[in-house]
Design a protein around this ligand. Structure first.
Ligand SMILES: C[S@@+](CC[C@H](N)C(=O)[O-])C[C@H]1O[C@@H](n2cnc3c(N)ncnc32)[C@H](O)[C@@H]1O
Length: 253
């Protein structure tokens, strides 16, 4: 059996009792932190479950899972720990599919996720449109699809959640400030008035921990220091009066 276990949204204290009980019983426990920043104390978790946690890199999990996690769970029970909820990352659906093809049973233990934590901003879950990820631009690689997602969501009056790039191997995590600058640069080229200095947006950091949320015009939020990762950027669409009221309280925090 392969367990996919969510560590929850912030640190080692977010894990469920159900997960701890499973982790105490099984032999091999792996974790990956390349899909999200983890602010927890892994040593403390190892103490609680009485065993070492083996960290897998992106290459381990995406290119050679047959040499680690799948190889082991073919014979014995193993677990993969994931920051947030394990099913909010396409990599983990791929692992479930691969496990199934190798005859390995899987069980998912859910946990708190950015998909629920974002509602701390006061926006309501059913008013969100498609989520978009903002990657770091690179030489010869300047993706803009997330700008199109924003345009399409705005047309529907829907809110947009932007997940920000994680380069764990380089210890590089995109900030709200980077995300706003990238969107403004695209706006400068495309001139569709989708995301301008006047656009109202929400920057948030470390939700579920020492949550920091700021709401305002892009030109004001872009220079605010949000501190340690992980960060998200949200652009609200049409606001329900209760959402407006919640955002008002953020403005005066
Ligand atoms: C691929 S998503 C990981 C999702 C994770 N499995 C979950 O369920 O929350 C990673 C991105 O989510 C956002 N994120 C995750 N946790 C966060 C938190 N506590 N506060 C702010 N943003 C967060 C960041 O933009 C981060 O780069």
């Amino acid at each position: 059996m392969l367990y996919l276990i969510g560590l929850g949204i912030h640190d080692e204290e977010d894990i469920s009792l159900r997960s701890l009980n499973i982790l105490k019983k099984i032999d091999k426990v792996y974790a990956e932190f390349y899909t999200n920043a983890f602010n927890g104390d892994l040593g403390r978790l190892e103490g609680l479950i009485g065993k070492k946690i083996l960290i897998l890199s992106r290459q381990d999990l995406e290119e050679r899972p047959d040499e680690n996690i799948l190889k082991y769970s073919l014979k014995e029970d193993a677990a993969l720990l994931v920051s947030g909820d394990p099913m909010i990352a396409t990599t983990h659906s791929d692992i479930v599919l691969r496990a199934g093809k190798s005859g390995i049973k899987t069980r998912v233990i859910h946990s708190s996720s950015i998909y629920s934590a974002v509602m701390e901003t006061g926006l309501q879950a059913y008013n969100f449109g498609k989520t978009a990820s903002i990657p770091y631009p690179e030489k010869g690689y300047h993706p803009t699809s997330f700008y199109d997602v924003l345009r399409d969501n705005l047309k529907l009056g829907a809110h947009t959640l932007f997940l920000l790039d994680v380069r764990a191997e380089e210890d590089r995590y995109m900030t709200v400030n980077d995300a706003i600058r990238i969107l403004l640069q695209i706006e400068e080229k495309r001139r569709e008035s989708i995301f301008t200095e006047e656009t109202l947006c929400i920057g948030a950091a470390r939700l579920g921990g020492d949550s920091l949320i700021r709401y305002g015009k892009a030109k004001d939020v872009k220079d605010y220091d949000f501190g340690k990762p992980p960060h998200i950027l949200v652009v609200p669409g049409r606001l329900h009066f209760m959402e407006e009221e919640m955002l008002e309280t953020l403005t005066h925090k």
